[in-house]
Design a protein around this ligand. Structure first.
Ligand SMILES: [Zn+2]
Length: 59
């Protein structure tokens, strides 16, 4: 199974999943800008842990 990471666009706040191997996306799928992205993958048990495939809603 491919590992996925949740990214959040720092410009429009859009969250999306991408395969880890692909790294940081060039352009946001929502606003189409070349934004910076924050890793909002859930790493704590509060939101299900890293195996859950969830994002962290607090980020
Ligand atoms: Zn965006």
């Amino acid at each position: 199974m491919l590992k996925k990471v949740w990214w959040k666009c720092n410009s429009c706040g859009y969250r999306f999943q991408e395969e880890v191997e692909k790294g940081t996306p060039e352009n946001c799928p929502s606003c189409k800008e070349s934004c910076t992205f924050t890793d909002v993958t859930c790493y704590s048990p509060d939101c299900g842990g890293p195996e859950s495939g969830n994002f962290d809603p607090r980020l």
